[in-house]
Write a protein that binds this ligand. Structure first.
Ligand code: SF4
Length: 435
């Protein structure tokens, strides 16, 4: 038996915006397809136990996690923000009951996500060590890729998976179990097995891996340097299999969904509309507003209901070199398109970045006002400095914190705060965006 684990999250806040750990699901799907006895225990998943839903869970699957208050880890103890710290996910008792469902594993594969969530990984590993003191644990995921040295120091009792995870796992499985599956030729073609998640209320879809853009604040190019497209047929098969099963909420996990719209998204939506398979589509990873056009909007409206999220980030890009993916003109053009088509703008959000290195409050405030004047809802997100990105070194120069400590990369503390943008300013900007 191989157990794949998605660990607890420890943070000031966390909200489940259709977050599923696609990397570990992909590995588990690959292993199961190769004939291995494998399962996923997701410590964040709400539906495991007697199928009960959380009261705060919406029917489309996003919502609050269960949480329990814990003390702050040492590096965060003296950070002056009036916020409590929590462990998010299933309770300790429920985690024990979950593990009791499985035979003793031969190998544990664990993923990780945000760099500043590594204490949740530590807690999960300590918990697993009590149940399985001698089982090897292989730790991979985003945190280990971005902070490999840190992970090797903190998680000495685990093996840290290299970037080329699949060849490594193959060799490691052969050693632990005496067999290993064939390497996938194209990871986008691994049929994702969502039956690992009993009662899952929505299904992730993905046409592409990676992103052709190179925004200076984003970890995407470090994690997936190459942009690759899937075959249309693969996504159609996933969609229709789950649609026939009664699922109506589908979540696009692409980083650049509209980049390949002519060859992938448009034909997919034409096909779904043609078959009369209307659904609700969500885009939490945000769309490129510059690639949004009338044809895309018409096809979206014909295929069901869409929650549109656009990653605009800043309307003052000429002042700060952030990215070249959109401009103020793109925002204006998209606004006209949405209003001419009669699209319900309550279902549109514009993501903005606030708390960038040296960004004054007035600039973030102006971004919010411009979006609001356009009749759309701005969502200011605190900037989180990600190691290895071009903006990280700029962030280190201006931050009052030692950003080499991953816990201090947490966006909730406003890592690049200064007198022109304090933690309090950030709260007021969020209030402004909701008014
Ligand atoms: S477009 Fe999005 S995913 Fe691509 S590099 Fe920029 S922020 Fe990252």
């Amino acid at each position: 038996m191989i157990l794949c684990i998605n660990p607890w999250v420890e943070d000031f806040s966390a909200y489940d915006l259709w977050a599923k750990p696609l990397g570990i699901i992909e590995i588990a799907s690959w292993l199961r397809r190769g004939g291995f006895d494998v399962d996923i225990v997701d410590f964040l998943y709400q539906y495991y136990l007697s199928g009960q839903k959380e009261p705060a869970q919406t029917k489309s699957g996003r919502g609050k996690y269960r949480k329990v208050e814990i003390s702050r880890p040492e590096p965060l103890k003296n950070v002056p923000i009036p916020r409590r710290f929590y462990r998010f996910g299933v309770s300790l008792e429920d985690a024990e009951r979950l593990l009791a469902r499985y035979p003793h594993p031969k190998l544990i594969l664990m993923t990780s996500v945000m760099t500043y969530w590594y204490t949740g990984v530590q807690t999960t590993i300590a918990f697993l060590r009590k149940c399985y003191p001698d089982v090897p644990i292989i730790l991979g995921g985003i945190y280990t890729q971005l902070c490999r040295n840190h992970a090797e120091t903190v998680f000495r009792s685990c093996e840290i998976a290299p970037k080329e995870t699949y060849p490594f796992l193959r060799e490691r499985l052969a050693r632990a179990i005496g067999a290993s599956p064939e390497l996938p030729l194209n990871r986008l073609e691994i049929p994702m097995d969502y039956t690992f998640y009993p009662g899952i209320p929505y299904i992730p879809l993905r046409f592409t891996r990676g992103c052709p853009f190179r925004c200076r604040y984003c970890a995407g190019p470090l994690l997936e340097p190459e942009y690759k497209e899937s075959r249309l047929r693969t996504v159609k098969e996933t969609f229709s299999r789950w649609y026939m099963d009664g699922i109506r909420d589908f979540v696009f996990y692409d980083d650049a969904l509209l980049f390949s719209k002519e060859t992938l998204l448009h034909p997919f939506l034409e096909w779904a509309a043609d078959k009369g398979m209307k659904a609700r589509f969500h885009t939490p990873n945000a769309l490129h507003i510059a690639n949004f056009d009338r044809k895309t909007l018409d096809l979206m409206m014909a295929s069901g209901q869409w929650e549109l999220r656009f990653g605009v980030e800043s309307l003052f890009k000429e002042k700060r070199t952030l990215d070249n993916k959109s401009s103020r003109k793109d925002l204006e053009r998209a606004t006209s398109l949405l209003s001419e088509a009669g699209f319900d703008t309550d279902r549109v959000r514009i993501y903005l970045l606030a708390g960038l290195p040296n960004q004054p409050r007035v600039e973030a405030e102006e971004d919010i006002k411009i979006v609001r004047q356009a009749g759309l809802r701005p969502v200011p997100n605190e900037f989180s400095p990600i190691p290895g990105t071009p903006l990280f070194e700029e962030a280190r120069k201006v931050s009052p914190f030692d950003l080499t400590e991953p816990l201090l990369q947490n966006k909730s503390i406003v890592p690049c705060r200064w007198e022109g943008m304090t933690w309090q300013d950030m709260q007021e900007l969020k209030e402004l965006s909701r008014m």
